[in-house]
Write a protein that binds this ligand. Structure first.
Ligand code: HEM
Length: 557
């Protein structure tokens, strides 16, 4: 048998190559990641241990190891050669390692959580079309946004969206029909009519945050945590009809704390989304994930018991659900809590940070808000806030500099390929538009790294390509909560800026607080953006008459 080992090894290696060429090269494997892990790693390892412990025959063990190593070697070699020199995406430039494996970015995307800046530097090096993974290209051209995301696009959601497979939330729905039916309900639950009902609840939470900051007047306060509590509490009320009451308790709800702890795993989504699909199914992790989903299920069930009297998102969603076993609805509740809180909280924390860094902008914003207060009752209605150009400019700048989803979202070209930004893209290619990079490209915005709220009102010449601004995405899969998010941010900023002055806590200087170095890491890309903790001191302001007069004069002129 010893003498025939080379022949056996060659046969196994050829089998490895053939299984790639005939089988694994076709279709999507992401959702089967756990099965493949068992098949190619766990089972062979178990067999090796079994042979070592139970079979007292060195030749049999050797034969098995040669078979396993040769087959796996043939398979991996075939994959590497195909991806490096034969793949349809070889025409696109990019790092050589990115051709071979998505894990080339593991350290940067999953450990350092800096994928957004890495993609930006890749575009600076390789141009507007970059192959960032074996099957994926990033396109840094504003016209690609319409080609990829609009209603008429040839592209659809990629395998990234199998994260909850076989269940699907609205966001994770790849089936267009299922998505558009579900989306109609969401649009009613978050639409203009519903927003009028939600306004008092949002204001209630703004008041509670202002009250809590008032109590801590002149003390250092960790801003991001308070903003997180505000965002989670508000979403609890808007989604399930009841606040999580974290602001009142000044403490995390245990479930939300759990969410915050696992948030950084989101970096894996930029490396290889299937690793998260797989991890979530592994026994220990599955148990933890199950606890969270069961809790979401309990919230849905409790909400269902309360009937249709309350106006909230689930008022609309439960009308069409099929009973307690509707798992998709449970995943929708997870989506509403996470997508609705995390994003708004990160953007608001970033805006407060930017305002504290740019004090002349803070003063101008306060003047605008105080001037409004002198003409309308306190607190101002959302519709009057929505008309304030400087407030909207500050929010747009926050969304531009630190979009809540910085690296864009994955789409896939159809079986015939498509043309994106004037270039022909092969079939079944994963494509994305890097929002952070587009927002900071000097071809799209003059002085792209500077916080200049005026570019959205009095200095439009600083916006060179408006279509590059895409924080909420566009088309049928665009953010369902855009209007609610803007409403929350306008109301909260008006409350805080109108009532408090704020500066960084002693010990910080504006240089070390630059978001690029905050906490040693700066802003992190966990699929949604993470703004690291920072401290500020809030001091109550009494709106002096002189300030109101100055603001009124400025508005008149
Ligand atoms: C600053 C705040 C926010 C930003 C920047 C933001 C951004 C985005 C982006 C970029 C997407 C597209 C994701 C994808 O294609 O995979 C998205 C989807 C979504 N967002 Fe938001 N979001 C924000 C706040 C909210 C809020 C407050 C809600 C309310 C519940 C919400 C609910 C959703 C939902 C349900 C989707 C999935 C839509 C679909 O697939 O049809 N978002 N958001």
């Amino acid at each position: 048998m010893e003498s025939s080992l080379p022949t056996i090894a060659t046969g196994a290696a050829i089998l490895g190559v053939l299984s790639h060429q005939r089988y694994f090269i076709h279709g999507e494997w992401d959702r089967h990641a756990l099965t493949l892990l068992y098949l190619f790693i766990a089972c062979p390892l178990a067999l090796t241990v079994f042979l070592t412990v139970s079979v007292d025959s060195a030749p049999v063990r050797r034969l098995w190891l040669v078979l396993w190593a040769s087959y796996t070697g043939g398979l991996l070699l075939s994959i590497a050669v195909y991806r490096t020199v034969l793949h349809r995406l070889c025409q696109f430039p990019g790092p050589v390692a990115a051709r071979v494996t998505a894990f080339w970015s593991f350290k940067c995307s999953a450990v350092e959580l800096q994928w957004h800046t890495r993609v930006q530097s890749l575009h600076e090096t390789y141009g507007d079309f970059v192959r960032i993974k074996p099957r994926e290209i990033s396109i840094n051209d504003p016209s690609a946004i319409k080609d990829i995301h609009s209603a008429s696009t040839q592209c659809s959601k990629g395998p990234f969206y199998d994260l909850n497979y076989p269940h699907r939330s609205l966001q994770m729905a790849r089936d267009k029909r299922f998505h558009s039916n579900r989306r109609r309900l969401w649009d009613r639950g978050l639409g203009t009519k519903a927003q009028v009902e939600y306004e008092p609840f949002i204001q209630e939470h703004c008041e509670e945050l202002a009250r809590q900051l008032g109590i801590r007047h002149s003390e250092p306060v960790e801003v991001t945590t308070w903003i997180n509590w505000f965002a989670f509490d508000t979403m609890g009320r808007l989604v399930f009809g009841k606040s999580f009451d974290m602001l009142k308790a000044s403490a995390y709800h245990p479930r939300m704390e759990q969410l915050e702890k696992v948030k950084k795993l989101g970096g894996l989504l930029h490396c290889a989304p299937w690793t998260l699909i797989m991890l979530r199914k592994l026994p220990l992790i599955r148990h933890k994930a199950r606890e969270w989903i069961d809790w979401c299920g309990e919230q849905v069930e409790e909400r269902r018991q309360r009937g249709l009297a309350n106006m909230d998102l689930f008022h609309f969603l439960i009308q069409q659900s099929v009973g307690p076993t509707d798992q998709d609805l449970i995943y929708d509740s997870e989506l509403a809590i996470v997508a609705g809180s995390d994003t708004t909280a990160a953007t608001t924390s970033a805006i407060l940070f930017l305002l504290a860094q740019n004090r002349e902008c803070l003063t101008r914003l306060r003047e605008e808000i105080v001037a409004l207060r002198s003409t309308v009752p306190t607190p101002a209605s959302h519709s009057s806030l929505a008309a304030l150009p400087y407030l909207n400019g500050c929010i747009n700048e926050g969304l531009r500099l630190y979009p809540a989803v910085m690296s864009g979202t994955q789409r896939q070209t159809g079986p015939n390929g498509t043309v994106i930004a004037g270039r022909s893209i092969p079939p079944d290619t994963l494509v994305s538009t890097p929002t952070y990079t587009l927002h900071r490209d000097p071809r799209n915005f003059t002085l792209p790294d500077n916080f200049i709220p005026e570019r959205w009102s009095t200095r439009p010449e600083l916006v060179l390509r408006r279509e590059a601004f895409n924080p909420f995405s566009t088309g049928p899969y665009a953010c369902a909560g855009k209007s609610i998010a803007l409403m929350e941010m306008r109301m909260l900023l008006a409350t805080l800026v109108g009532r408090f002055d704020f500066t960084f806590a002693p010990g910080y200087d504006t240089k070390t607080l630059s978001l690029a170095s905050l906490g040693g890491h700066g802003v992190q890309d966990c699929f949604t953006t993470h703004v690291p903790p920072y401290e500020m001191v809030f001091t109550k302001v009494t709106a002096g008459l002189d300030m109101v007069a100055r603001a009124a004069n400025r508005m008149e002129s």
